[in-house]
Structures are given as C-alpha cells and as structure tokens.
Design a protein around this ligand. Structure first.
Ligand SMILES: [Fe+2]
Length: 357
C-alpha cells in the first residue's frame, strides 16, 4: 500500500512539474495551430519591446499602450489581432505578468506573444510565465513541452470561418528567437538566440499543411542577417524599396543569414517582422519578401529620437521618439498594406503620425 501511495505521489509531482520526456513536435504538428476567422481587411497590430521591469510605472505604461490601441481603432475601425514581438518583460515580477495579461484581456481582442531575449530575466519560472500567458481570455499564446528550441513557437491560421475545417486564407507564424529550454527562473544570460534549422523545418511542415501558395507572415524577436545584407546593398547603390528609420548599428551581422527567409521566399512567405533593436524600424523589400522591424511600444529602457529633418523624409513635420506600433492590413490574394504609427506623449498632449510603407 505504501509503495502504491509513493508511486501516486511521484506521478503527481512529475505531472505538476512538467517533468518527463518532452513530446516530439513532428508527432503532433497540429497541436501548435490556433484558428481565427479571416475577412479582407484583417488588421494586425504589431507591438514590441514593452520592457516592463521593477522600475516601471505600470499604470502609465498601460495608458500608453491603451492610447496606441485606441488610436488604431479610431483610424481602422477594428483590430483583429495584436502580436507582441518579444521583450515584454525585463527583471519583472509575477505582478507585472498579471498586469500585462489583465491589460491585454481588457481590449477584448485576440493576441499573441513571442519571447525575446529578456523575457526570462524575471522573478518567475519559465513554466509559470507560460502557464499564465496561456491563461489570458483572449490569449492565443502556446508553449508545448516539446523538443523544439524555444517556448513560443505556434501558428495562427486565418481561415474562412475561423475553424480548422475551412480554407486557410493567411498563415501567421510565431517563432521563438528569444529563449532556450535551459532557461530557469531569473535567467541572467545575455546571449541572444536565433532561429534554428529545426524551427525552420517546423515552419515548413506547418506551411506545407495549409498549402504552398497560402500567404504567410512570420513574427519573431531577434533580427537576423537578411535585413543587414539588404541595407548594405542599398548603401552600395541597389534600388530596393525601403522606408522608415535606421539608427545606430544592427544588433546582428550579415553572416547570420535568415534561414527562414531562404526557405520561405519562394513558398508563400510574404513578410517577416521582428523587434529587438529599439533604434530602428527600417523595412525593406528584399527578394520578394518584406522584412522589417516593428515599432517599440513603450517608453521603457531607452527610446530613440527622430529629428525634424529625418521626420520630414517620411512626410512628418516634427521630431519624435521612435515609439508606437506597426499595423498590417491583410487582403485577399496575398497582398497587404503596412503602416507605422508613431505615438508620443508630448508636453502639449498626445502626438501621433501615420506613415504608409
Ligand atoms: Fe531584445
């Protein structure tokens, strides 16, 4: 009897701590897929690099994010999905995570989150963080205990009626370039992760499942080398469509060429968007794919000032901090509109500028 009780207790502990063998992602690719109903004009708001930490004035930062959401609602009439592209937290506590989920659920709009390189540097375990993010009423966040690098790899298929049984019109891929499975509570490692070959294989399986021609946009955190390479070509005289701002140097090198980009550019991948570098929102059309930064969506940690002269290059008449959001409107046939909303709180009130790509 004693042995049976010990065995039951051990099983319970293993279950509660998530120990045991991670599942093989190839055995259950469908487990990563969420579905939303698509219609022409589907609006995706990308926010990034919130960086809530122990010194953050959370109500003020929440008001800032809420202001951005309300401005997009005023301009577009609706938002269908909000995508967070990493570094939501840095030296944050459970209270910050609870406040974040509470804020996001208050909008009553579905949202996704991918991790950045700082999200695990907080006063919680990776398991607690994932469980809490999954618990949000409007959250689509998914972390499966698997053998795939990262903890925030999942798919949002936009289908005709919002179920898995109807035609997929667009696919949105969330990829984790921010954390490893080795991270623990308050991980202090400052090393940056990047997408791995296995994650690209995983994306390929997910995309093959809906069809080669289905248009796809990928969202992740850490920038890779393709945008650096594209920028180098522009500086050497290549005529590539590009817009927005590039300050300071890139956080990556052109040697880190984008494997996802290589795999996807001839197979429905329309765009890749990321965060991480707060001083840039450069976007470039490169080999048939739009690659670009989002816009940092808070005033935490550091922001970058765009001078009046620079602002005038995109049709704006005064200087501003590079904060706001990136807004994509999806259309039938695989095309999309891209706009950056610059949103600042200035002494004389809120200032905002919309710029089309
Ligand atoms: Fe980052």
């Amino acid at each position: 009897m004693k042995k049976v009780i010990i065995a039951i207790l051990l099983s319970a502990v293993l279950f509660l701590t998530g120990c045991g063998e991670p599942v093989a992602w190839r055995d259950q690719p469908e487990a990563y897929v969420k579905n939303l109903a698509y219609k022409d004009g589907f609006v995706v708001v990308q926010m990034s690099d919130l960086h809530w930490d122990v010194a953050t004035d959370v109500p003020a930062s929440r008001a800032f994010v809420t202001g951005i959401v309300n401005e997009v609602l005023n301009e577009k009439g609706h938002i269908d999905l909000i995508v967070w592209t990493g570094d939501q937290f840095l030296s944050a506590t459970r209270a910050h995570v609870r406040a974040f989920v509470d804020m996001m659920d208050s909008f009553e709009i579905p949202y996704t989150i991918v991790f950045g390189n700082h999200d695990m540097q907080g006063f919680y375990s990776p398991e607690w963080l994932s469980d809490y993010l999954e618990s949000g009423k409007y959250s689509l966040f998914t972390d499966i205990y698997d053998d795939l690098p990262g903890r925030s790899n999942y798919i949002v298929n936009l289908t005709k009626d919002g179920t898995a049984d109807s035609e997929v019109c667009w696919q949105l891929a969330m990829l984790d370039s921010g954390v490893t499975k080795n991270d623990t509570a308050f991980t202090l490692s400052m090393s940056y992760c990047n997408l791995t070959e296995e994650q690209v294989d995983w994306w390929q399986v997910q995309h093959d499942a809906v069809g080669k021609d289905v248009p796809c946009i990928a969202y992740y955190h850490v920038v890779e080398g393709d945008i650096v390479q594209a920028w180098n070509e522009i500086e050497n005289g290549a005529e590539l469509k590009h817009k927005f701002f590039q300050h300071e140097k890139f956080s990556t090198s052109p040697d880190l060429l984008e494997r996802l980009f290589e795999a996807g550019k001839d197979q429905g991948l329309k765009a890749v968007f990321f965060g991480h570098d707060h001083s840039s929102d450069l976007t470039v059309d490169y080999q048939g794919v739009t690659i670009g930064y989002g816009v940092k969506s808070s005033q935490e940690l550091y922001t970058t000032f765009i001078s009046k002269e620079e602002a005038e290059t995109v049709g704006l008449s005064e200087g501003f901090e590079l904060t706001g959001a990136s807004v994509v409107t999806l259309h039938d046939g695989g095309c999309f509109d891209l706009e950056h909303l610059y949103y600042n709180e200035k002494e004389d009130g809120v200032w905002k500028g919309w710029v089309k790509y």
